[in-house]
Structure formats: C-alpha cells, structure tokens
Design a protein around this ligand. Structure first.
Ligand code: SF4
Length: 345
C-alpha cells in the first residue's frame, strides 16, 4: 500500500471500516475507496493514498484565495491534491477534484520541502487549496507543522464539510481560512452538492469560537439557484448572529462549468445587489469577486467610510499605516491580520 495511515476511522462489526472524517460516513470493504477517492481501506485500515503528492504548486497573491483581511499584498504558495468529498455540479476545479488519474499528481514534495520553498520565495503563507484540504488532512497537518517551524503562516480554502474532531485537527493548525458557504438552503446542498448545509454551519461556528483562525467566507452566486435576495439576507443574518458582522464575505461570479454548462454566468448586478443587502444588514466587509468592481474590491472603514485598501483584481493599494490595524482618519480598529512578518529571518 502506498500512502499514509489515515486518522479518524473505526472498524465495524461486519468487517468493514467506517471513515469518521466527513458526514458521508463511508463504510468500506477491504480495497474500497471512499467517495472522495483518496481515502482507502487497505488491509482493514484506512489510508490516505495521496500523501506527499500535489496536483501542482503556484505562487499567488493572497487576495486570490480570496482573503482580503489576512496579510493583504502578501504572496502565498498554493497547492492541492486530487479528490473531493462533495460532488458539486458547478465545480470550478473539477479537472483535479474529480479525476481518478493519479498521474495528475505530478509533483511530490515533503512537508519540509514545501515550507522551505515558501520561505525561499518570500511567501508569507502556504495555502491548502484547489481541492478540499479535509480530504488530505494528514498531509496538511504535517505541512502546517513544518510551515510554523519556519514562521510561515497556513491557509485553508475549504467547503468546511467535515466532523468536529477532524475540524479541530485541521483548524488548530490553520492561521487563515476561507470557507465556502455555497448557499443558505438545504435543498441546494442536497441537489447540487450531494451534501448537507448543517455540518458546514457547524464548522464555521467551530472555527470562529474554538480556534484562532482568521475566517472569511465565500459564496459563489449561481443564477436561479442561490441568488434569491431573501436567502442572501437570511444567510447574512445568520453570519451576523453566529460569527459576527465583521466577518469578511465574498460574493463571487459563477461561470458555466462541469455539469452546469447550461446555466448562465452571474450578472454583475446580482453581485452588487447581494453586497448591498449584506451591507444594509450590518456587514461592513463585503466584497465582489470574478468581476471588475473597484467599489466591491475596496475595504472601507466601517465607521467613517474612508477607503482603507483598494483592489483592482489582485493589485492593491493600502492606506493603512504600517503595523497598525486602525483607520488613519478615525482610528477605528479594522478586523483582520495586517502586519506582515516572517519569523526566523
Ligand atoms: S473523507 Fe472521503 S472516505 Fe471519508 S467519509 Fe468523507 S468521502 Fe468518505
């Protein structure tokens, strides 16, 4: 067996083993793989088959994750594996999330090599992204520990579809997270993702209240499926009540992909309307993505409305004083992690 012993599973009385990582509860005979395809019963024990392998590395601006309040203007070394534990019909990374072709995992690297590469290229952080880090959790844990040993921060881009115990194992090692809240209706998760909404909400609350992880949220608005203004308002009310109104929220544009090629792209007006709804309800840090919208890319002071950080796609202009999280006009503290520093220099 190639791979790495997996965490979070238990044997069943009928001879199978059950994965306890995510709410799919895959029950596997010897040799079978879970729905994510990367966790496998081999010899009546669970293995992560993709440990140490990546679908490719890239150096990105942190704004591309997207994270707008987490070391803005810094660069992040990004990578993912294959496999995913959701089955979203609109997946924008389906070529790596749904592949069964392990030859796509072309780049092997150890956690120490990944951390050292980030440091050598001046990256503030390493991101586990493109596919869900929950599915390659054991590798993420080792990479995160290696990164922290070199003073490199860690970022997870995740759907948050996992059980509390593995969520704790993951987010206790993650400094910044962007979690997809794909919709605020159970039917959407059931029909379009083959998943459930409630575990995602549980993960969001867990990150916010049990971990020091900086949290931002992304909702990809898909015409006719999750862009109803009442649903957006209900989602924002939930975020305000359960996570805090200063949680940054990104509304991004859908483009036809994977099994939803007949659905039209999201009009820019839908994104700006959603942003206006969230702001009216009391969320000051709401952004639009995948469209050109200078206003929707700007961080404003929640008190005096001074533009603090302006973004044109991934080019940014910051007006925050160095090392200070306060508005230079009215001195209101701005939620986020703004001071860039690399330990161990
Ligand atoms: S992580 Fe994979 S194997 Fe485990 S329950 Fe989820 S889909 Fe199944």
């Amino acid at each position: 067996m190639t791979g790495h012993p997996a965490l979070f599973w238990h044997p069943l009385d009928d001879g199978r083993i059950q994965c306890d990582l995510c709410p799919r509860d895959c029950k596997l005979h010897d040799g079978q793989r879970g729905l994510c395809f990367v966790r496998q019963n081999s010899g009546n024990a669970m293995w992560l088959t993709t440990y140490g392998m990546s679908s490719g590395f890239a150096i990105d601006p942190i704004e591309k994750k997207p994270l707008n309040h987490f070391y803005p203007g810094s660069t992040v070394l990004s990578f993912g594996a294959t496999g995913c534990n959701l089955a979203c019909k609109f997946c924008q990374n389906w070529d790596i999330s749904k592949t069964r072709d392990f030859a796509r995992l072309s780049q092997a690297a150890t956690p120490d090599q990944i951390a050292a590469t980030a440091k050598r290229h001046g990256c503030q952080s390493v991101a586990f992204t493109y596919t869900d880090p929950a599915t390659f959790l054991e590798f993420v844990i080792d990479c995160a520990d290696a990164c922290h040993a070199l003073g490199i921060a860690t970022v997870a881009v995740s759907a948050g579809y996992l059980y509390p115990q593995p969520a704790d194992a993951l987010f206790s090692r993650i400094d910044g997270a962007n979690i997809d809240l794909k919709a605020f209706n159970h039917n959407f998760y059931h029909k379009l993702c083959a998943g459930k909404l409630t575990p995602v909400l549980d993960t969001l609350e867990r990150i916010r209240h049990h971990h020091a992880t900086w949290l931002e949220i992304t909702t990809l608005l898909i015409p006719g499926h999750n862009d109803n203004p009442d649903e957006i308002a209900a989602m924002c009310d939930w975020i305000i009540d359960h996570l805090g109104g200063d949680t940054p929220l990104h509304f991004t544009a859908f483009h036809p992909d994977w099994r939803m090629r007949d659905t039209p792209p999201t009009p820019a007006a839908t994104l700006t309307q959603a942003r206006a709804i969230a702001i009216d309800l009391g969320m000051p840090f709401v952004y639009t993505g995948n469209i050109r919208d200078p206003e929707g890319g700007t961080t404003y002071c929640p008190r005096c409305a001074t533009p603090l950080i302006e973004r044109e796609f991934y080019t940014i202009r910051s007006h925050l004083p160095d090392g200070d999280n306060r508005c230079p006009q009215c001195h209101t503290p701005i939620a986020g992690r703004f001071t860039v520093h690399l330990d161990g220099d």
